[in-house]
Design a protein around this ligand. Structure first.
Ligand code: URA
Length: 166
């Protein structure tokens, strides 16, 4: 099973696919992007183990490319079942690839921070940017990322905003 954490806070952080370190450990977000993710959560006093953390593809694509649609569809039943089993209330796709897989929408920078309802999954979706993006010269996005994660936690705990943002 390719996930970490308990999901006891009701939020799933949904990434793309394994890199080299993740492939070796058979667990998501173990390498440099995982370190950035954990550090940002720690800035808010949060523990990564309270989140359910998984990817839309449960392996490392050849040459570290983005996971293809076929690779994502192959693993979709597994991560969707995981969301259900853990009674996840809010999914936070990290970047364009998982946002497309969950919401069939592109353009993460314009969509992040808004709350969407995903009827088929029966949960809210709060997209944000990928920690690897923040790591690669975009540290000024850290505050926005933290804001988005806090909003996901608030919705998981207190229920939806009065009306969905969009
Ligand atoms: N990037 C991801 O999206 N997932 C991982 O597990 C590691 C890096």
């Amino acid at each position: 099973m390719s996930f970490t954490g308990t999901g006891r806070n009701g939020v799933c952080l949904l990434g793309e696919a394994y890199g080299e370190v993740e492939k070796k450990r058979n667990k998501p977000f173990q390498g440099p992007a995982g370190a950035v993710l954990a550090r940002m959560l720690a800035m808010m006093g949060l523990d990564r183990d309270d989140f359910l953390i998984t990817n839309v593809h449960w392996d490392q694509p050849p040459h570290n490319r983005e996971p293809s649609d076929a690779e994502i569809e192959q693993d979709r039943p597994k991560w969707e079942a995981l969301l259900d089993q853990n009674k996840i209330k809010v999914v936070a796709p990290l970047g364009n690839v998982p946002m497309r897989a969950v919401l069939e929408m592109d353009g993460i920078q314009g969509k992040r921070g808004y709350c969407y309802w995903q009827d088929r999954l029966g949960c809210y979706v709060l997209p944000t940017v990928h920690p690897a993006f923040i790591m690669r010269g975009n540290a000024n996005w850290t505050a926005l990322w933290l804001h988005d994660i806090q909003k996901a936690l608030d919705i998981a705990q207190e229920g939806p905003p009065k009306a969905p943002d969009r």
